[in-house]
Design a protein around this ligand. Sequence first.
Ligand code: AMP
Ligand code: ZN
Length: 468
Amino acid sequence: MLFYNTLNKKKEEFVPIVPGKVSIYVCGPTVYDFIHIGNARPMIVFDTLRRYLEHKGYEVNYVSNFTDVDDKIIKKSIEEGISAQEVAERYIKECKQDMEHMNVRPASTHPRATQEIGGMIGMISDLIEKGYAYEKNGTVYFRTRKFKEYGKLSHKNLDDLRSGGRSLLVTGEDEKEDPLDFVLWKPKKEGEPYWESPWSDGRPGWHIECSVMAKHYLGATIDIHAGGEDLVFPHHENEIAQSECCNGVPFANYWLHNAFLNIDNRKMSKSLGNFFTVREIEKHYDLQILRMFMLSAHYRSPLNFSHDLMESAKSSYERICNAVDNLNFLIQNAKTEEMSEAEAGKAKELDGFTQQFDAAMDDDINTADAFAAVFDLVRFANSEVSADSSKAFAQAVKDEILMLGDILGMKFEKKAEVLDSDIEALIEERQAARKAKNFARADEIRDQLAGMGITLLDTREGVKWKRA
Ligand code: AMP
Ligand code: ZN
């Protein structure tokens, strides 16, 4: 399996630290508002990577944080007259709902920065002790030049950075030894949330949060660290500096970065105001279609969001769902159960689609080509399965489509709509069974209805029902 590693600027064979296991850290969102579909891109892409690794038999420990203390959260809390914690709680909940609807599985752990402050104070103390950090008037800075490998991820040269260094200097930071130094801990301003520390009542800088949470949940060296390409510099560069100076071992072996989701060829972002939230898109489209749109491009290619591309994702999605629907019909109405010899031969071709799919995914998670394998399989289904096919053959083809779909996090089987008339017929049958004292059958029907999301209420006026 090859991954393009930002660290070495080339595709490299993936070799995990522990055979059979993979540790992944993905930088998560700052929770001060609903997430936009740009934020959704890394979530969908790296969730797909996780699913694929599991399909290959790896045990994956997937950690993605929520940044729940930050200037933007504090600003929102002041605007709304609620605590920063309440703002964060609210948007973590909303983000988890969006993730669920996009079929992004919850991480193994979703650490929150505010619950890891002790670890941050510990790492900062270590860095001071080792001479990599210093305190000035309650602020702690990282001594960037002392880390000889600084710039190795973003491939920036320290002297180039220094000549442009003035721009790195934020007002009030004139006390820094060097403009390249960055903040590890800063004192609170009036009204801001704070924690006690040896240097001041204050809060951690953003970069130290990820170094600490990655180490806490995954260890000093991790297999894969991922996020959007805007994070390469300075965020990930600074994470490497802090972690490697503190721990004395490489921080992450593979660095994966997704390209931007653009709109009119400009990055979709809150600050530019050119964004759609996931929630807005959900009003118009099933979020499976958003997922399909995201995965229709390679994760390292910029992707331009447009109505036309969403419509095209929608028709592609429906084409696959229709094929599955059709297979369901053929399975239910098949005249024979077992595969014929000819069918058994054809069924062997199904492995070829898995191989085509895996080859695409092995090549730096090429989801666009993986989808091509799914479409080839759908064409195979449409041409090879008919009313004359056996149930077993139609089922094998359907299973293959659903299996590949599941790796991409796509649900191609729409839930069959349960008609009122079907429910009423079952209820009548249950009443008849009870009258005949066939309670086993009556219970069975109740369970069947429960499985369809129908709750029965035995009332004095008779049996009533409602949908869950
Ligand atoms: P933020 O909340 O801005 O820190 O972003 C959370 C994640 O979303 C990071 O991995 C960002 O790199 C990523 N991200 C933000 N905007 C975009 C975008 N327009 N396209 C792709 N990824 C993005
Ligand atoms: Zn991070």
